[in-house]
Design a protein around this ligand. Structure first.
Ligand code: GLN
Length: 474
């Protein structure tokens, strides 16, 4: 049995054509059938049954009553462990619920499990997880493909129909790129729209929670639930949250959409450019005005990101020392040795690489040359967007430079892996919102995504254009 949307399942529930228990049973079955894809780090039928009993007691006007949701295993959850896909948090049971997951629980969501990710959300293929790779459900049998990352498990869970929506986090593209690889919708909201409270920190000035779903309407329904002010996150914005789903409007007349010339990069496949062109033509046909624009500092975005994100990561990850929580190396003979052995054994290779880079760029002799300079360039990148948005409502680009690649293809080459983020990191550095929606396929039948970027806190505009484009493939 496949449910197509939140509203469809909600109507069935309202008309008593299905019960919360039946929904749970349906998804438990599907999850078990697709176990080999390694989408979940944590899945427990008993926990699902416990939730069913609570959810059944809720009134039907709860907006997400019984809606199956998968949670990226970076969000702290009280009734399920939280690992960040790291050995260092292997047996960590949070004593509190993250802001985002609490909001979903309050509206009656049914959590089906915790999804796999790159360790501490560092990666683009969900292959740095301590719990093994997730396989993209769209792979054919001979060549297993990567689901993208870091929120690869959450994107794959929606693509494999193991939930109707899932949570993700996006620091440099971790929602948008896996959404593109798995052929689902993924939105990274404006920095500060959703509280980071209870999300294991990677790079605090970039981390942002968001949503994966099967369609734009569902993404808008879920985002309006998880957004909102939270005084426990000092960067949480106090803005009114629009009723995105009620205001969805596919009329693009009078809208100007910018096409940045810097996103035509060497080596990118013709298929990606073809899909981009198709989307541009479609927007024009729907009444939008297309404007060719320049975001001159785009080429510095990737190196800037790979200085700032590791710098913040090295500081955030200092808390995992074997003293307070998580894994501790037992054989150590002194305190220093305990720290050293805990961190050497507890973190994987990519996380250690980031900690080393981050520590280096923050160290006394190099701070000005790297970290401080990167902060200044970040401002220039953000200003490019602010200037452009004076006469454009939105910007349209490809989401990723390729379709899903074979599982281990870029595993041993970090630079190749980092290049995946070329189209997503500029918006992250600027803190602006972005969505990826599936738009066409390549020759092998794999989905390709396009990205719409908007002004700070103008998620509505993004949803509206995405809603209009989505109709091309209905
Ligand atoms: N791929 C990027 C990185 O490895 C982005 C990750 C993310 O957004 N969490 O840093």
């Amino acid at each position: 049995m496949e449910f197509k949307s939140i509203n469809q399942l909600k109507s069935l529930l309202d008309e008593n054509k299905i019960s919360v228990k039946e929904i749970a049973q349906t998804y438990i079955k599907k999850i078990k059938e697709k176990k080999d894809l390694n989408i979940f780090i944590y899945f427990d039928e008993n926990i699902i049954d416990d939730q069913v009993k609570e959810i059944e007691k809720l009134p039907n006007n709860k907006k997400l009553k019984g809606i199956p949701i998968a949670v990226k295993d970076l969000f702290c959850t009280k009734n399920m462990p939280t690992t960040a896909a790291s050995k260092i948090l292997e047996n960590f049971n949070p004593t509190y619920e993250s802001f985002v997951t609490q909001k979903l629980i309050n509206e009656g969501s049914l959590f089906v499990g915790k999804t796999n990710l790159d360790e501490f959300a560092m990666g683009s293929a969900t292959n740095t997880s301590y719990f093994g790779n997730t396989i993209n459900p769209l792979s054919n049998h001979d060549i297993p493909l990567a689901p993208g990352g870091s929120s690869g498990g959450s994107a794959a869970a929606v693509a494999a129909d193991l939930c109707l929506g899932s949570t993700g986090t996006d620091t440099g593209g971790s929602i948008r790129q896996p959404a593109s690889f798995c052929g689902v919708v993924g939105i990274k909201p404006t920095y500060g729209l959703c509280s980071r409270w209870g999300i294991a920190a990677f790079a605090s000035s970039l981390d942002q929670a968001g949503i994966f779903s099967k369609n734009v309407t569902d993404a808008s329904i879920l985002l309006e639930e998880i957004a909102g002010h939270d005084e426990r996150d000092s960067t949480s914005s106090n803005v009114a949250i629009p009723n995105y789903s009620k205001q969805l409007n596919s009329d693009l007349n009078g809208k100007t959409i910018g096409i940045p010339k810097e996103y035509t990069v060497d080596g990118i496949s013709d298929e990606i450019n073809a899909v981009w062109d198709d989307a541009i033509k479609s927007l024009e046909k729907k009444g939008a005005k297309i404007k060719h624009i320049s975001l001159p500092h785009t080429k510095y975005a990737l190196p800037t990101y790979y200085i700032i994100a590791p710098a913040e990561a090295s500081s955030n990850l200092a808390r995992y020392d074997g003293v307070k929580y998580g894994f501790r190396a037992e054989e150590a003979k002194s305190l220093d040795e305990m720290y050293e052995m805990t961190r050497s054994e507890g973190f994987g290779k990519e996380v250690k690489r980031r900690i080393l880079i981050g520590t280096y760029v923050l160290s006394a002799g190099y701070y000005d040359a790297y970290y401080l300079k990167a902060q200044k360039v970040r401002k220039l990148i953000a200003n490019d967007f602010i200037e452009t948005f004076k006469d454009c409502e939105l910007i349209l680009t490809p989401t990723a430079p390729s379709a899903a690649f074979p599982l281990n293809e870029k595993q041993d080459d970090p630079i190749k892996m980092y290049l995946n983020d070329v189209f997503t990191v500029p918006a992250s550095l600027a803190g602006i919102p972005g969505i990826s929606i599936p738009y066409g396929k390549n020759k092998s039948g794999l989905p390709l995504g396009i990205q719409l970027l908007g002004k700070h806190f103008n998620e509505q505009e993004i949803f509206n254009a995405a809603f209009a484009l989505e109709k091309d493939y209905e």
